[in-house]
Design a protein around this ligand. Sequence first.
Ligand SMILES: Cc1cc2nc3c(=O)[nH]c(=O)nc-3n(C[C@H](O)[C@H](O)[C@H](O)COP(=O)(O)OP(=O)(O)OC[C@H]3O[C@@H](n4cnc5c(N)ncnc54)[C@H](O)[C@@H]3O)c2cc1C
Length: 406
Amino acid sequence: MVLNTRLPLQADFLIIGGGIIGMTISLELKTRFPDASIVLLEKEQQTGQHASGRNSGVLHAGFYYTANSLKARLTREGNRAMTDYCIEHKLPINRCGKLVVARNQNELAGLHELIRRGGVNRVDVYLLSASEAGEIEPKARTFEQALYSPTTSTISPVHVNESLYQDTLLAGIRILTGTAFISSKGSEIKTSKGMISAGYVINAAGLYADHIARSFGFSKDYTILPFKGLSLYSENNAESFRCNIYPVPDMNNPFLGVHITVGVDGVVKIGPTALPAFWRENYQGLDNFQFSELIKILGMEARLLVTNNFRFRKLAMEALSKARKNKLVLLASRLAEGVRQKDFMKWSRPGIRAQLLNTKTMTLEMDFCFEGDDRSFHILNAVSPAYTCAFPFSKLVVDEIGRRLK
Ligand SMILES: Cc1cc2nc3c(=O)[nH]c(=O)nc-3n(C[C@H](O)[C@H](O)[C@H](O)COP(=O)(O)OP(=O)(O)OC[C@H]3O[C@@H](n4cnc5c(N)ncnc54)[C@H](O)[C@@H]3O)c2cc1C
């Protein structure tokens, strides 16, 4: 829906990016500063077209993360807030829970570490025997024990995004779709549709957040490395799984490994992949091709292949092998009985993770990152589970902005 044909000349707060983070920050700003004029810029014709509309829709519980991380602080609270939002707005939610299953003795140590982290992060997690796990999900395959998380659920990101879009309009926030941020000079912001004078700028541009931050003098040590996530879904297996099933993750890897999820409609998905993407919006074929991005990303990946930081070579080789349907099915079949190739033939809509790379240390940032001052604020690593965390995440951002404006 295109609502505005003319640009406002001035905004007290200008938010760049109409994903879940941009929308929830605008709502939080409106609650705290009801008289302020708030404008949200979105380059696409609709909000929620990138990661926020293309993710797995899992409300994570918060037991993966180390206690000192922002992810640990925000996931438990975010899970509760998003659950309440879905219930209040009558949006679909499948409170299916999740099992983390072990393949062998070695993985039991990882499982116990997750139980420990869950305890420290005050998240409900239970260590079950294999037979207890079988009562929750008869198809689950595990070695001796499994972790059960009752508060993990699945939601429909498309429904949540649409509902938030309506909330922002009702709150009196101006959303300018089809309007891209181009550059900034002091408080003057150049957009694809003209100039806006902004009191304070908040950059929530996902895959382009680092790029936009640089035009404000930030993100000097970072670049975004895009990773593509593809899942396979089953048209026959609807409602055949009771809960989500995940492997014990490699704690040095930012991704959780191939897993099985049950959507709000009962549709079962396996995936996602974590393939290096060659440009930021490299969803399919040559769509949104950007030559300069290709050169820069290939350069970064070549450096990583040489240095082999965070075992990038192994990560890349594994990622490439998972791009094959039979490999994804094989990995998922280690988690549960009855995962057969013939049921999982269709690729779902791809999503791309805006993973931040520290270019000084050549390591991936594992936690959410912010930079900013009294003129602008930049959200640099809103990776998974930022969707789950969106409400408390936005409160934290507005607190941080308040501190910088004092
Ligand atoms: C495959 C995959 C699976 C995931 N699964 C989960 C999950 O199960 N649970 C979970 O909690 N999280 C998950 N995530 C993570 C989650 O989707 C993201 O953390 C979250 O959506 C980030 O939201 P965002 O608003 O920062 O980014 P986005 O949704 O990408 O929004 C950024 C917006 O900025 C706009 N923009 C960019 N440049 C400009 C510009 N110059 N001018 C104007 N607008 C601009 C873009 O068009 C876009 O709409 C997953 C992500 C992926 C990719």
